[in-house]
Design a protein around this ligand. Structure first.
Ligand code: BTN
Length: 259
């Protein structure tokens, strides 16, 4: 018989997270929590958190789908209305996986690796991903809001065949049953702490792919080999190509795979 996973409990969550999170909404089924926030962003305040038990159109980066089986994962989006500064987008892209990696380590003693910019891997398998979406104005210079979406495979077991070899669930690596409430509470607290500091690049470096890791970079359909060199002060990944030249990567539209 399948084991019962603890449900998400709104009261328990809201009493243990900073007041910055103005409300927490738990939906049973939705297309995508990111889309739900985007559709309602202008009438809601910064710090709105939306969770779903399942997503019928869970979205990943670069147009991929994010498997969102009912009750098996953490599917969470947060509405932010930061000041218009593009550096915040880079920061969010790094602090979101960082906060989740730290939470997982703090609670379960497991040390995920962040595959730049924001996938979390454990023992060579992906367990979590981040999708940040922005509503830009027409001139593309300012934005109205940002949606930070994070999905964690907590109890998921039956992944589709295309990702079965590369995806896994957090609980595959723990001896204990994971309570998604506890993980979410820890994450939201840690995420807020990082939102309030400019000290995150050094921390991120401790969790990222180690320098020297061989990778394949794909950008606009063009791929090349390289080695991870460093994360610079702006949170951009520096890659050394096989011809000795360096490229600086911003997180948008880039796919990094391990060689
Ligand atoms: C990725 O792995 O490429 C990113 C996955 C992001 C998934 C989360 S789940 C909550 C939020 N809603 C979505 O549709 N996507 C994000």
């Amino acid at each position: 018989m399948e084991k019962q996973n603890p449900n998400l409990e709104r009261t328990r969550i809201i009493t243990q997270i900073p007041s910055f999170y103005v409300s927490v909404e738990i939906l049973d089924t939705i297309g995508s929590t990111n889309d739900f926030i985007k559709d309602n962003a202008l009438t809601n305040s910064e710090g709105w958190v939306v969770l779903a038990e399942t997503q019928t159109k869970g979205k990943g980066r670069n147009g991929r789908i994010f498997v969102s089986t009912k009750g098996k994962g953490l599917f969470c989006s947060i509405l932010l209305k930061p000041v218009n500064d593009n550096r915040i987008l880079n920061k969010l892209s790094l602090i979101t996986p960082l906060a989740m990696a730290e939470s997982i380590f703090g609670l379960y003693g497991l040390r995920p690796m962040i595959k730049w910019p924001n996938d979390l891997w454990l023992n060579g398998k992906k367990i979590a991903g981040v999708l940040i979406e922005t509503q830009f104005s027409q001139d593309q210079k300012t934005f109205d809001y940002v949606v930070v979406g994070i999905g964690v495979n907590v109890h998921t077991q039956n992944f589709p065949s295309e990702i079965r070899d590369i995806a896994s669930s957090l609980e595959d690596f723990t001896q204990i049953r994971i309570d998604r409430n506890e993980l979410l509470i820890k994450f939201l607290n840690t995420f807020k702490r990082y939102l309030d500091t400019s000290d995150f690049v050094e921390e991120y470096r401790k969790w990222m792919l180690p320098p020297g890791t061989e990778v394949i970079v794909t950008h606009h359909g063009v791929s090349y080999f390289g080695r991870v060199s460093w994360l610079n002060e702006n949170g951009q990944l520096v890659i050394e190509k096989s011809d000795g030249t360096s490229v600086i990567l911003n997180s948008e539209e880039i796919h990094l795979s391990l060689k």
